[in-house]
Design a protein around this ligand. Structure first.
Ligand SMILES: C[S@@+](CC[C@H](N)C(=O)[O-])C[C@H]1O[C@@H](n2cnc3c(N)ncnc32)[C@H](O)[C@@H]1O
Length: 342
């Protein structure tokens, strides 16, 4: 027992010393980057905010792309597509991201210096700070699990996510991506400029709030008799409750046996800005860009039951429930679920 404690103490001291050296080496690198980061911040903010507005595309989708860029360079999720895409994307700056993250990236590569950004928490251990990376990886796992067995994959509100390229290239599966016209058109244009092949994916410009996405999906060749995965990542937060319900009911109607609907839900406290100051600040920025958070499930009592009954009211049976931060002593704020037609 004593030997074990001594061993533990020794490795603790070793870890602390290594970290200290890493920080000492990191600081001068960060200092060199500061003037570039100031320029990068101005360039990046301009492209993200001014160009997104000018082109009328989703700012929140650009933010999600940015996180996937970080993940690639911090080696938590390889994503050469998102990097190539960012380089040609008018609403983000590859240069700016490098100036802001460069010191971390170089320090990690040269001497293994890691911050929390360089780790991906398992969902049960993911708090608010860890949600972005953990969410991306969890949806990857879902895609990986089903890509081979499904005949169709539909991504409503796909934004600038390139997940379908990673998991469906060369597979016998039809893929449909839906989003608002400006966002989707810019996505296609940017992929062309970046030389990213995407010809097996059908892109359907649609606004769920004003048009029937189901009609458009059929027109594009969707086959109701085929087993389908619907992947609805980070979209319901930005829709009115009525549209979330209608969209889920529509998805349920399109499901044959074996079809799966995977999606995420935020809590009502989160979407109304009461959950945390930091989350609220981020949402206010997104709201100022024309995308207010609108929908959340009341997770204050029994979050699993609340989500399950919401899905049941939409004609769906919940089959998987992943509550973020479940193992931590925090208020539930986010979950990813899988469901099938009841
Ligand atoms: C936070 S982004 C998520 C994008 C993508 N799923 C991802 O994970 O990167 C939300 C997306 O929902 C789309 N969206 C929001 N309201 C919509 C609507 N009424 N019709 C179609 N798409 C919508 C936005 O254009 C945006 O691309």
């Amino acid at each position: 027992m004593t030997d074990k404690n001594t061993e533990k103490q020794r490795s603790g001291i070793l870890r602390f010393t290594i970290k200290l050296f890493q920080i000492i080496l990191y600081i001068p690198i960060q200092i060199i980057f500061i003037p570039f980061a100031i320029i990068g911040l101005i360039v990046g903010m301009y492209k993200e905010m001014v160009n997104s507005k000018k082109l009328g595309v989703s700012f929140s989708a650009g933010q999600a792309l940015q996180y996937r860029w970080f993940m690639h360079y911090l080696e938590t999720r390889p994503d050469t597509f998102s990097v190539a895409f960012t380089k040609k994307f008018p609403c983000e700056s590859h240069f700016a991201l490098w100036t802001i993250m460069g010191a971390f990236i170089i320090s990690q590569r040269l001497f293994g210096f890691k911050t929390r950004l360089s780790e991906v928490a398992e969902p049960e251990e993911a708090n608010l700070a860890a949600i972005s990376g953990s969410r991306v990886v969890t949806f990857d796992r879902i895609m990986e699990k089903y890509a081979a067995e499904m005949e169709q994959i539909v991504l409503p509100g796909a934004g600038f996510d390139l997940i379908a390229l990673h998991f469906t290239k060369g597979k016998q599966v039809r893929v449909f991506e839906l989003d608002q016209a400006n966002t989707l058109n810019l996505k296609i244009e940017t992929m062309k400029k970046a030389g990213i092949e995407h010809d097996w994916i059908t892109y359907i410009p649609v606004d769920y709030a004003n048009e029937s996405w189901v009609d458009q999906l059929f027109e594009a060749g969707f086959d109701k008799t085929k087993k389908t995965l619907f992947l609805w990542q980070s979209v319901s937060l930005y829709l009115d409750a009525g549209i979330v319900r209608e969209t889920l009911k529509d998805m349920a109607d399109l499901c044959v046996e074996g079809s799966v609907i995977a999606q995420d839900f935020y809590s009502e406290a989160y979407s109304s800005g009461e959950y945390s100051f930091i989350a609220n600040r981020n949402m206010s920025l997104i709201e100022s860009m024309g995308e207010p958070a609108k929908f959340g499930v009341d997770m204050s009592d029994d979050p699993k039951a609340a989500v399950e009954s919401f899905l049941a009211a939409c004609g769906l049976q919940m089959t998987e429930y992943i509550q973020f931060g479940e193992k931590l002593d925090i208020e539930p704020f986010y979950c990813i679920v899988e469901a099938e037609k009841r």
